[in-house]
Design a binder for this molecule. Sequence first.
Ligand code: GLA
Length: 396
Amino acid sequence: MTTREARSAFEAAYGREPTTVASAPGRVNLVGGHTDYNEGFVLPMAIDRRTTVAVAPRDDGRFRLESADVGAAVAVDDVPAEPLTADDEVWANYPLGVFVDLAAAGRFEPRGLDLLVAGDVPRGAGLSSSAALEVATAAAAYAVDRPGVGTADLPKRDLAEAAWRAETGFVGLDCGIMDQYASALCRADEVLFLDCRSRETRGVPFADAGLNVVVVDTRVEHELASSAYNDRVRECEEAVERLDGLLGGVASLRDVDRDAFLAHAADLPGELRRRARHVITENERVEAAVDALEGGDVDAVGDCMFESHASLRDDYEVSCGELDTVVELAWETEGVVGARMTGGGFGGSVVALVETDAVDGFRATVDAEYADRAGVDVEPRTFVCSSAEGVRLDSA
Ligand code: GLA
């Protein structure tokens, strides 16, 4: 969906032109699964699939929101204090949560708005469509009363934090900051190293690696996805509490290095031991993957990805048969250097790094074998992605 198409959809919905149009991308994460809410490291890349938000102000306090993607419209007389609960309205909590947060911080005057969402980030596929919507909304809301503001003037980190607070505080998923930071700050031809404790970011060149990013959307989303996500957050908190009792000075799993963990692993109940082991080893894999990318060692990057998947599957237990099947197919295919689940898990997508001349063969293998091997009745969706720029304000 181009900016022009989003503008036309806005005009069709509201009978006038939008004054501000912003867009933000979805993402894949090469390594660093479930480390963000443990104050660890992640390595996402924004993809060339974006969510566009077109807005125009009103002055009667009313908010009208329409999604060309979901095919639904919502209108409220004010920014609501509580999230909406009707099934066909909950999608609007993402933009509304952003308005609530920006208004509380004095960065947005909630005097009413018409808003239209359109885009091509697949929903429910682990590619962060919700962060793309939050971040694009945050940029549009920030810019709507600031004529002349351009992409370079956007306070991207603040908008990412606002988007994250909307998701955790208003929508209610206890997620980490990776998706919102990726959608706001990634740059084309790079992956983004992010330290989720200090919020330090560093672009790591990716274009020269000569690899293609192939996403395989399994087209399944298991029901327990968001409740299990919040369960993992709680389990990590419990592991932190116990390790703090044993070691002292442990505020998050980030504070536990491999040696300290190994010295005390036997004192943790098995499940918490596995959760902590995943997070601690996964942080090491992110650092190793950055070194490997910078050193041009693509095979080592791929190894980090396969190892990450195994750890998410066995220690963290957030994978599922369908994701495992795709990663197995990747492992068996010549020219696929690495693959792992991306996103929260229990369905969604696999991200694979694939040599150019192996892309078609890998996609054909997945198309031919996925459904039978995984024992499901759905066709997977595969697509090749390029790295993309984070949030931006779009002109016509
Ligand atoms: C989801 C969350 C992120 C992150 C990933 C797992 O995408 O929104 O914060 O925790 O899962 O790495």
